[in-house]
Design a binder for this molecule. Structure first.
Ligand code: ADP
Ligand code: DP6
Ligand code: CO
Length: 392
């Protein structure tokens, strides 16, 4: 079973699975964490190339709680290209996102590797078997498409020799010099995925080009820049969301007036203010912009016709709790202590600095006692994953 191989083979190592009597099978496993946006991407100007209507900025989480791990195998003996997601085979639709990502990777393999060195195997002409696992709920508004397409792009790129992945299992992953180039490919799988190719604080610049060559991710600051910043993930509901991000944002583009002013009058200045806040480690300003942008993203969802609701009563209660906590703190010290943000789902991510984590967890546990005996990801309120941004 392919997914059992995930356990056995080290990340980033190209390995042969078969003896020389059979066709060789080349394999690489790569893993990528989710990223959570502070300035939200919501809207495409080109739905095929996945070009956004505004730039966005996120933090890549570092801990192991929310990641995708993807093994890609290539052999001349594979009869077709296949994908398994969490052990279940998915249909690969010709011309759809996954197919387009793979076509780009094959083209890069041919142009950058095979055409330059005719002695290398023609992997670009062979089929792939890809198996991916998410260690957290898929399609629940916890950015599985981001870690999923980042891990997939990273693993096929490494298999094809397109980047500087370490070949020795004991060396840790370091982002390849051309991570921004790979972000162009991951973007075509899922927009938010381009940001998961970097750790730390990452901007996705919307770009101007109609062919998307300048719509890529860049690192604003590495995780080591602000080690005291943490993200607390609050799983309110681990079920699959009603409206996928892809469908939801397209409805918004077609029907929301508010989106137009967000794109033009709001996001550009927020991108530069939050970048400055990050570089200055100014939590007050980082937190305020993050909360405002989450609020505006959910406002444009409500402004979509018919409206889209991602937040639920528990989400709104978390907003009220954090707002009250910040009010008391500003009165006492003049400073904010936490920032909530919600993607396309009811689950909260709370950014805070190390010294406040305990207070926030205690406060949330007061309102939402957890049955720690219950397994993770049941549909009760669960807290887990105090992390800090890190390398992908
Ligand atoms: P989310 O909020 O989890 O990102 P989306 O609606 O944006 O939800 O995307 C979910 C879709 O992303 C899944 O239905 C699947 O098609 C794709 N996806 C999720 N995880 C992976 C993965 N590990 N590998 C490939 N594709 C994935
Ligand atoms: C609310 O990247 O999942 O999380 O490009 O259609 O795959 P597609 O959408 P996706 O949208 C993410 C939306 C968001 C905000 C963000 O991550 O910036
Ligand atoms: Co997504």
């Amino acid at each position: 079973r392919m997914h059992e191989l995930l356990e056995k083979y080290p990340v980033g190592k190209v390995s042969y699975l078969t003896s020389s009597l059979m066709s060789p099978v080349y394999q690489v496993t790569a893993s990528a964490p989710v990223n959570i946006a502070c300035i939200k991407y919501w809207g495409k100007r080109d739905t095929t190339l996945i070009l956004p209507t505004n730039s966005s900025l996120s933090v890549t989480l570092s801990q192991d709680n929310l990641r995708s791990t993807t093994t890609s195998r290539s052999s001349s003996s594979f009869e077709k290209t296949r994908l398994w997601l969490n052990g279940v085979e998915e249909v690969i639709k010709p011309g759809a996102r996954l197919d387009r990502c793979l076509a780009e990777l094959r083209r890069m393999r041919k142009e950058n590797v095979e055409d330059k060195d005719p002695s290398v195997p023609k992997l670009s002409t062979w089929n792939l078997h890809i198996a991916s696992y998410n260690n957290f709920p898929t399609a629940a508004g916890l950015a599985s498409s981001a870690s999923g397409f980042a891990a997939l792009t990273a693993s096929v790129a490494a298999l094809y020799g397109l980047n500087a992945f370490p070949q020795h299992p004991s060396s840790s992953y370091s982002p390849p010099a051309d991570a921004s180039q790979l972000s162009l490919i991951a973007r075509q799988g899922s927009g938010s995925a381009c940001r998961s190719l970097f750790g730390g604080f990452v901007a996705w610049e919307m770009g101007k080009d109609s062919n998307g060559r300048d719509s890529l991710a860049i690192q604003v600051a590495p995780e080591s820049h602000w080690p005291s910043l943490h993200a607390l993930i609050c799983v309110v509901n681990s079920g699959k969301k009603g409206t996928s991000s892809t469908a939801g944002m397209q409805e918004t583009v077609l029907t929301s007036e508010l989106l137009k002013s967000r794109i033009k009058d709001v996001v550009p200045s927020r991108m530069s203010s939050i970048t400055q806040a990050i570089l200055a480690k100014d939590f007050d300003s980082f937190a305020k912009i993050t909360m405002q942008d989450s609020n505006q993203f959910h406002a444009v969802c409500l402004d979509t016709f018919p409206p889209i609701f991602y937040l639920n009563d528990v989400s709104r209660a978390i907003i009220a709790i954090i707002t009250e906590l910040n009010r008391v703190s500003v009165e006492a010290t003049g400073h904010l202590v936490a920032a909530y943000t919600f993607d396309a789902g009811p689950n909260a991510v709370i950014y805070t600095e190390s010294e406040n984590i305990k207070t926030i967890i205690q406060l949330l546990l007061n309102y939402f006692p957890i049955d720690f005996a219950a397994s993770p990801f049941n549909d009760s309120f669960q807290l887990f994953g105090v992390g800090h941004p890190s390398a992908a």
